[in-house]
Design a protein around this ligand. Structure first.
Ligand code: B1M
Length: 280
């Protein structure tokens, strides 16, 4: 039986500032069997310490314990890299450390990708994604691309620092229903807007639903630039993408009703999370 552990809870990550022993004391992942909880903390700490061989080793052990690839990505891998971001922000880490942790994430995702893709259900649509020009961050975008593939989409990932013209070319070539821009820097978020303006100027706006995501991106930004959907995380992005190719497929990109329907999805998700929190 696959072991699914709730990764939607909001955790206090303060223990990740100290040591593995402190992490073992937290109630994070406490619904998991003790050896699995320990493995999760090992994964977090090996990502923080930039130990890629060990990270993949613990991932392999967790897989043998029937933990799902999705749980590992949304759980200990997400918390580990979040602590790396905090350390970088506080000048406790510098670029070399962040690059080593990023390598852990890439190697772990490489191990997990075939398992996620194997879930692929019947073909539902086509998506073009890329990290916008000037931005090299791609861990989150790769996760989104993987989850979309598992949900039945054909995904054309254009890579990182993708100029607007490459998005235009890809839209003309692959005729996707959805085009997604990832941006992790406040200095590159504006390239989402620039790319969208060029898509509109090329007369392609109504042909595609435009998704935006990445750490500095918000619903307010999505609204401001006139994108159709904001993906807070990979799960939300997939849910909205599926809606775009099923019940909302007749709505054109840029239509106000489409935008409103996307907001309804967030609202429904928030309500179900609140109901689950009350129940537990
Ligand atoms: Co850099 N970096 N980085 N970095 N980096 C951040 C983003 C930063 C917040 C760190 C910090 O200060 N705390 C900061 C940005 C500050 C700002 O802009 N306000 C920063 C900086 C400053 C920089 C450099 C400028 C540093 C320098 O050179 N002095 C430089 C920029 C290089 C460039 O891009 N031109 C740089 C470089 C790097 C590395 C190369 C070392 C490495 C990236 C490696 C790689 O991706 N291949 C790196 C990393 C790893 C980070 C942090 C630590 C982690 C990012 C990450 O992978 N998160 C990051 C700190 C942070 O974000 N807190 C940081 C995990 C990932 C799963 O989350 O990407 O948010 P995320 O994706 C989520 C959602 O956002 C969403 O779904 C994903 C899964 O749930 N999502 C989408 C993402 N894209 C989506 C698209 C969608 C929908 C949803 O639809 C299309």
């Amino acid at each position: 039986m696959p072991l699914n552990i709730d990764t939607e809870k909001e955790y206090d990550l303060e223990d990740l500032q100290y040591c593995l022993e402190d992490s073992l004391e937290t109630d994070r992942w406490s619904e998991a069997p003790a050896p699995v909880k320990e493995l999760f903390h090992e994964i977090e700490w090996n990502i923080i310490d930039g130990q890629h061989t060990e990270t993949v080793g613990f991932i392999n052990t967790a897989l043998k314990s029937e933990v799902t690839a999705r749980t590992l990505i949304a759980g200990p891998m997400a918390t580990g890299i979040a602590e790396v971001g905090r350390r970088f922000k506080m000048d406790e880490y510098f670029l070399p450390e962040v690059m080593m942790s990023a390598k852990c994430m890439h190697e772990a995702l490489g191990r997990l990708k075939p398992l996620i893709i194997a879930e692929k259900s019947e073909e539902v649509g086509t998506v073009v994604v890329g990290t916008v020009q000037g931005d090299l961050h791609d861990i989150g975008k790769k996760i989104v691309a993987m989850m979309l593939e598992a949900a039945g989409f054909t995904v054309h990932d254009l890579g990182v620092t993708v100029p607007p013209e490459k998005f235009i070319e890809a839209i003309r070539e692959h005729k996707p229903q959805i085009v997604g821009f990832s941006a992790l820097l406040t200095t590159t978020m504006n390239m989402q807007w620039e790319t969208l303006k060029i898509i509109t100027a090329e007369g392609l706006r109504e042909d595609v639903k435009v998704f935006v995501g990445g750490a500095p991106i918000s619903q307010a930004w999505c609204d401001k630039i006139g994108a159709d959907a904001y993906g807070m995380d990979a799960l939300v992005a997939v849910e909205k993408a599926k809606a775009c190719v099923t019940n909302l497929s007749n709505m054109k990109g840029g239509a106000p009703e489409l935008h409103a329907a996307m907001l309804e999805i967030d609202k429904a998700r928030e309500e179900s999370k609140a109901a689950m929190a009350v129940a537990s």
